[in-house]
Ligand binder design. Sequence first.
Ligand SMILES: Cc1cc2nc3c(=O)[nH]c(=O)nc-3n(C[C@H](O)[C@H](O)[C@H](O)COP(=O)(O)O)c2cc1C
Length: 167
Amino acid sequence: MHTFQPYPIEELEFNPFEKIGKDWGLVSAGSKQKANTMAVNWGGLGVLWGKNVVFIFIRDSRYTKEFIDAGDFFSVSFMDKNYRDALNYCGSHSGRDEDKVANAGLTWAYKHSIPYIDEGNFILLCQKLAAMKITDDSFISPEIKKWYADGDMHTMYVGEILEIMAR
Ligand SMILES: Cc1cc2nc3c(=O)[nH]c(=O)nc-3n(C[C@H](O)[C@H](O)[C@H](O)COP(=O)(O)O)c2cc1C
């Protein structure tokens, strides 16, 4: 496996609709002692408060949320297509119940103590800037409500992209 190289953000050719929406990512947070990861396919990259940022949307019920809330950082790891099963695994099992990363055949790695997935080929290391809970009163289109029938609401996390690493 090739080592990671820092990736200059000016050279980024990143199609968010493909990478996030179709390929999916793994959001990870925690420490070297204990970390957790989960699959995401909702989110975005952009510019906010004068910074390059990533937006992720994490439901209350996710164990990973506890790790994101407890620390200042998170990462988003993107994988090549061979890891589809692992992504599916991390999107359908909870780290509350098992060592999910090991059981998915994945490996933890750390940069600046931020956990990410070593098998990834493109990693965003992020510092939390804001956490905004999405509530019913923010819905304008009535169609959105259907995503929250069970009351398991999303929190939107805005993370500053500190570093991008690519293989
Ligand atoms: C393709 C895919 C995308 C997902 N995207 C999200 C997401 O954006 N936000 C979210 O809260 N859950 C999302 N999930 C669900 C979590 O990944 C899933 O509930 C996971 O088991 C949570 O694990 P945890 O309890 O260990 O945190 C997605 C699942 C899959 C399969």
